[in-house]
Design a protein around this ligand. Structure first.
Ligand code: ATP
Ligand code: F6P
Ligand code: MG
Length: 535
């Protein structure tokens, strides 16, 4: 009954063999979740809408699994791809100095290093450059295991190691020669201030005196009206107590060449870039341009996305806070729905192309009856549509709460082709659409329904980070500075299987990370909501 279909997908450049079920998860789950009886009561016949087509993953059929050496070759290729770009690639003669980051014999920050740097041979607080972290920790015995990520058709165990983050014993910048800059780009995200704070504090511990913030994202590099903001431990001491970004954010901005011109003029040789996919694409381009111009500059990213859509990481900072904050909106929708006669609450949460916030918030709340995400196609109308299920919920429970990710159901909305300043497509409002369609549907079938819509997007994004995100931001901010001093550039920091690592930027942004509809987490969400397939 279950037909197997072999599909290849490309996970951050890795050729992966993914076994999927030809009839999709819907056919599998229809065994366990009873379908509602088909209804004939809809007055108007609605067109069955095409499923959402997710962005195609690039194919890479380069691995020859018939080759007995394929695993070794794959691992060598993997090590090559995850190798971290280093200043010595461009300046082979660059020689390191002992680290000035030694917490056991830390000198007062007022000290200058003219007489040499403090060090303590006994201090075992450094990370060896050869330390590695295992990227994938589950050995799937079959491609049909839930969420299986396989490289070959047999789902063989292949170790994939990435670089461990942290302070190195040797550093490639003299602190007194460093001018470090921090820039925050894209939309807001809880925790930006926490990361800024820890970058500044850690830079000072290394002995850096010249630290500046670039105002309002990349725009701050070109706008003459915007002057850089001097930063110190004193300035950033309490900034984590509020949300937003001390430096401001923006989308769009100058060309990469103009940014690097500006960095040269300002004498910036360490750049810390906080942002999402777009910002990291920019950071990598800045790194490339610096190499082209033979500049001794370290460019290090810290992934910032409330959507949690960066590849290979356990999570990005701000995500936990967003999920927690979303509970308030969901709970309000629940109370409204349950206090009204035939109440229906609709909550729209962030997630341009990934439904992580909607899925996790739905799971955490336990109050959601229907969760809709971009990765899982659905119909609104028709016998298996969302509206028919809402009718069933009203008839059986008396109320219902629906949570939708902003990128879901875009195929129901008129495309405007509008783009924001960064070139991101401006999405239609699926929350408003569902609200309107729900009202219309219940009116048409002559059943009373009291529909309430909540869009908490900007309230959630503007929050300060919760404790768990605060810790994540702290570690990521500190590791960004360690990475720059270690001489790496064109890298970003992340958490991987609870350990902290460095990745080359291109490996984490080749496409947005998405919820796997075959994952245990999505299945858990369906278990919680009790929703059927809407196809
Ligand atoms: N491919 C690219 N090359 C160079 N710069 C880019 C690229 N894509 C985006 N940028 C720049 O990066 C900045 C941020 O991009 P964007 O607005 O897409 O936000 P983001 O980093 O993806 O974060 P968010 O998760 O909030 O969308 C903008 O200033 C934009 O001009
Ligand atoms: O309204 P803005 O600032 O352009 O940001 C909206 C986008 O930012 C995000 O919160 C983060 O990418 C998305 O979920 C959302 O589409
Ligand atoms: Mg983006």
């Amino acid at each position: 009954m279950m037909m197997m279909m072999d599909t290849f997908s490309h996970v951050a450049g890795i050729t992966t063999f993914k076994a999927s079920l030809a009839l999709s998860s819907s056919s599998v789950r229809s065994n366990c979740v009873p379908r509602l009886p088909a209804t004939t009561t809809t007055k108007k016949k609605k067109k069955r809408t095409a499923p959402v087509v997710l962005a195609a993953r690039p194919r890479n059929d380069a691995v020859d699994f018939a080759d007995p050496e394929w695993k070794l070759k794959f691992q060598a290729d993997f090590a090559e791809r995850f190798n971290l770009p280093h200043l010595t690639d461009v300046f082979p003669d660059a020689s390191p100095i002992p680290s000035t980051f030694c917490l056991r014999m830390r000198s007062p920050l007022t000290e200058n290093f003219a007489d040499g740097y403090p060090s303590d041979e006994e201090w075992h607080g450094y990370i060896n450059n050869n330390d590695r972290v295992l990227l994938k920790t589950i050995h799937y015995s079959s491609p049909t295991s839930a969420g299986a990520e396989c490289i070959d058709p047999d789902c063989s165990w292949v170790e994939q190691w990435v670089h461990r983050a942290g302070p190195r014993e040797k550093i490639y910048f003299k602190p007194e020669e460093v001018k470090a800059a921090i820039v925050t780009c894209g939309g807001l995200c809880p925790g930006l201030n926490d990361v800024i704070r820890h970058i500044v504090i850690t830079l000072e511990i290394y002995g850096v005196k010249k630290i500046v913030g670039i105002p309002f994202g990349y725009r701050g590099f070109s706008d003459a009206e915007l002057s850089e903001m001097p930063l110190s431990r004193k300035v950033v001491q309490n900034i984590h107590l509020s949300g937003g970004s001390l430096l401001g954010v923006s989308r769009g901005g100058p060309s990469v060449s103009d940014i690097v011109d500006s960095m040269q003029e300002r004498g910036i040789n360490m750049l810390f870039v906080l942002g999402g996919n777009g910002t990291h694409a920019g950071a990598n381009a800045i790194h490339d341009e610096c190499r082209k111009r033979k500049l001794r500059v370290a460019v290090v990213g810290v992934p910032k996305t409330i959507d949690n859509d960066i590849l290979l990481m356990d999570k990005t900072f701000g995500f936990d806070t967003a999920v927690e904050e979303a509970q308030r909106a969901i709970n309000s929708a629940y109370i409204e729905a349950h206090s009204a006669y035939h109440g229906i609450g609709v909550v729209k949460l962030m997630g341009r192309s990934s439904g992580f916030i909607a899925m996790h918030a739905s799971l955490a709340s336990g109050q959601i009856d229907i969760c809709l995400i971009p990765e899982v196609p659905f119909n609104l109308h028709g016998p298996h549509g969302v509206l028919r299920h809402l009718k069933y919920l009203i008839e059986t429970k008396g109320s219902a709460v629906l949570c939708v990710a902003e990128g879901a159901g875009q195929n129901f909305l008129e495309k405007t082709n509008a783009k924001d300043a960064s070139g991101n497509i401006v999405l239609g409002d699926i929350g408003v659409h569902i609200q309107q369609e729900t009202k219309r549907y219940f009116k048409e079938i002559g059943i009373h329904a009291d529909v309430k819509y909540i869009d908490p997007t900007y309230m959630i994004r503007a929050c300060r980070a919760n404790a768990s995100d605060g810790i994540l931001c702290t570690v990521l901010g500190q590791n960004a500075v360690h990475g720059a001093f270690a001489g790496y550039s064109g890298i970003t920091v992340g958490i991987c299987n609870t350990h902290y690592v460095y990745f080359p930027i291109p490996e984490v942004i080749s496409y947005p990370r998405a919820v796997d509809p075959n994952s245990r987490m999505w299945h858990r969400c369906l278990t919680s909501t009790g929703q059927p397939d809407f196809i």
